[in-house]
Design a protein around this ligand. Sequence first.
Ligand code: AQP
Length: 327
Amino acid sequence: MARVLSGIQPSGQLTLGNYIGAMLNFVKLQHENDCYFMVVDLHAITVPQEPEALLEQTESVAALYLACGIDPKLATVFIQSHVRAHAELGWLLTTMTYMGELERMTQFKDKAMGKDSVGAGLFVYPSLMAADILLYQAGLVPVGDDQRQHLELTRDLAIRMNNRFGELFTVPDGYIPPVGKRVMSLDDASKKMSKSNPNPGSYIALLDSPDVLRKKLSRAVTDSGREVQYHPEEKPEVSNLISIYAACAGVSIEDVVRRFEGQGYGNFKKELADVVVTLLEPIQKKYRDIRESNDLRVILRDGAARASEVADKTLNQLKERMGFLMP
Ligand code: AQP
């Protein structure tokens, strides 16, 4: 049984990219592992958030965790800011992270590009992410392909801290899904599907209505060809849609290609929409039930208490070793 930790930012409406790249794995992993899944609100504020939107999205992400199948009896579900040790270890690790390491992070470069001013939090975000993982001694971190570089830095920091202050942190491994590890944007297959993209047509939100889902998928960019073939380099748009189909229907890429042999894009997109609607409709119903009940607050309070116990233990051990005067 491995200790597993992961989180999603409440920085917008969760997308099919978050579901395929992260949540599907969370649900699978919870049955055989000791899992901690959090809503990383401290990460979300590394780019400006309206307070009302942050509040709503935080609760929405937590409810979607449950609606997508995370069972609070099997996994600990909590809000990052409810466990104060995250911010504290984040700071301790920031002091041990080199500027050069942070400057190499491609996600920082992408998110900072074209902005006049960027908060320092966006720059040091990978140290906070390392703290999230190391606090729980997590051995396995299910993330999408885009987080590979941050995870590598977390491993480096764990090793650096262990060398400097004695063996304490587990060095984590990533768990990256084989299919749909990077779901791409519907309007530009060179960019990943992102919930903070200003164009809602670029992503499938998990809470989009069936009509909106069908419209977005019918408008998804394809090429001028006609064949439903999987060639990520030559046909990135169609290949992305094939991957989405495979992940949502739980079949292989080859199965999808075989099924649509000799058929045009129109029919493929229509069936893709059916598959996505069939997947999301029950999730949306469960989501509405959860939002209407009072259970969520109780689950999150219990989760934070369980998580704090583990996190505080690690943090206190480290602080003692670093030479902090303990109360
Ligand atoms: N397009 C994607 N394909 C596969 N996996 C993805 N993930 C996100 N987008 C895709 C995975 O979802 C988890 C949570 O991500 P996050 O919300 O913490 O941050 P992110 O990776 O920056 O996701 P977004 O949607 O792009 O958010 P914004 O727009 O706010 O930056 C991670 O495991 C991630 O790999």
